[in-house]
Design a protein. Structure first.
Length: 165
């Protein structure tokens, strides 16, 4: 069902504000702060999202899709090793900007969006492994588990993922 224009604007502002709050404060961001930033009432939040977890899931779904798109875009790069490195750096930077992404993987691990992300990373990883740019004993799940660490130390994580020379 299509929302009225004003309801759609409120929803867009709400999701944007929630994304900002969760990114800054993690999953403990308050609904009151989210509503205040969005310029809507507390009740408006709960009419659209029955729980804070439902709001978090809506925001994190969008984030997971963006990360999947990042992996899919990297897959098209002719240099598999450089594409993989760039993907890890880009996702690590996203984790550095958004505190809720770490918690997202835990809370959303049984969702189609996380499955799509794991599959996209697996394809990118396999291509980099086939090119000899990444160790063969690493899985997509390993890469995604290491990415939060990479937000502070991307070169160390990437060095650990490269095959021994």
């Amino acid at each position: 069902m299509k929302l009225r224009a004003d309801a759609q604007r409120n929803l867009d502002r709400l999701l944007e504000a929630a994304g900002e709050c969760f990114a800054e404060q993690g999953v403990d961001a308050s609904v009151d702060e989210i509503a205040r930033r969005a310029g809507v009432g507390h009740g408006t939040v709960f009419r659209r999202f029955p729980t804070k977890d439902a709001l978090l899931a809506a925001v994190l779904t969008k984030e997971m899709l963006q990360l999947s798109n990042t992996a899919e875009t990297a897959y098209d790069d002719p240099d598999a090793g450089a594409a993989f490195d760039r993907f890890v750096r880009n996702v690590a930077a996203a984790y550095g900007r958004n505190r809720s992404l770490i918690e997202a993987m835990k809370r959303c691990e049984e969702t189609p969006e996380v499955d799509a992300l794991v599959n996209a990373v697996a394809r990118l990883l396999q291509r980099a492994q086939d090119a000899g740019a990444v160790r063969t004993d690493v899985t997509a799940e390993d890469v995604l588990a290491l990415v939060p660490t990479a937000s502070n130390y991307p070169e160390i994580v990437l060095d650990g993922l490269r095959p021994a020379r």
